[in-house]
Design a protein around this ligand. Structure first.
Ligand SMILES: C[S@@+](CC[C@H](N)C(=O)[O-])C[C@H]1O[C@@H](n2cnc3c(N)ncnc32)[C@H](O)[C@@H]1O
Length: 253
């Protein structure tokens, strides 16, 4: 339906009910990770994300959240989308002795770097390029698809495609993403990162990520737009990362 598509394309990141101020907390600037002209900066951000995940334990934390979604599956088949560096997949394989993981990203340079490392020869891992908006797998091929800290990279129409594709190719789609705080704390958060912009490329991407983060109501609107049959469990998303578990009843269920 055209009016709905137009609405979703122009929906503010704060959602259809975003306040006047929240609608102004946005940017059209791309993160280094989204640009094709800054390979060195891009690699430096990916390496910083991996380092941060190891130091602060987020790879393990996200792997634990993912494994909690497949406790009833003996040998879970997991698809990681937007893997960047493979940290989450590596943690997941260590924490579950029989899980199989397909480790993917849209960015060929990141996929090549992951494939050249330990995951490239791991007996329970497959590393390949994949676009989260066009998952190259049959319906229900995976028990779980995970998309961590990447969803905000996509504009609304493509973000809705991730809900459609993730819940098609996997029984459950887990999205973990940057939170969107209320407007005043959000302004303070962005302002406090501004002095770091010239110091580290990851600060540049952090500020842009925050301005592109989807609110809880935006996440609900995107899933509804993808398919009203998708149900969501939503935790966090205001001061802590948003954790979204999406699933869609399959015919015959
Ligand atoms: C901020 S990084 C997150 C990396 C890692 N998941 C983490 O938690 O640190 C975002 C990643 O999403 C990837 N990405 C962006 N758009 C994508 C898409 N349409 N499909 C798959 N990956 C995508 C980028 O290449 C990048 O590696």
């Amino acid at each position: 339906m055209v009016p709905d598509i137009l609405d979703i394309e122009t929906m503010p990141r704060g959602g259809p009910d975003a306040s006047w101020l929240d609608r102004r907390l946005k940017t059209d600037r791309l993160e280094y990770l989204d640009r094709d002209d800054v390979d060195d900066l891009k690699r430096s951000v990916v390496r910083a994300l991996d380092r941060g995940g190891r130091i602060f334990g987020t790879h393990k934390k996200f792997a634990r959240i993912a494994l909690n979604e497949v406790t009833d599956v003996p040998d879970p088949k997991v698809l990681e989308l937007g893997s960047g560096h493979g940290g989450l997949s590596r943690a997941l394989l260590k924490m579950h002795p029989t899980a199989h993981v397909t480790v993917t990203d849209i960015e060929p340079m990141s996929v090549a770097a992951i494939a050249a490392g330990d995951l490239g020869s791991h007996p329970r891992a497959v590393v390949r390029e994949m676009d989260a908006t066009r998952i190259d797998a049959p319906d229900g091929n995976y028990d779980l698809a995970v998309f961590a800290m990447s969803f905000h990279h996509l504009p609304p129409a493509l973000a809705a495609r991730v809900f459609a594709e993730g819940t098609r190719a996997a029984d459950k789609l887990l999205i973990i993403d940057v939170p969107r705080p209320p407007s005043l704390p959000h302004i303070l958060l962005v302002a406090s990162n501004l002095p770091l912009l010239p110091v580290t490329p990851v600060a540049h991407d952090t500020v842009i990520s925050s301005l592109r983060a989807y609110s809880r109501s935006a996440l609900r609107a995107l899933a509804r737009h993808a398919d009203p049959a998708i149900t969501l469990e939503l935790r966090g998303g205001v001061y802590r990362p948003a954790i979204v578990v999406a699933r869609r009843a399959r015919s015959g269920q």
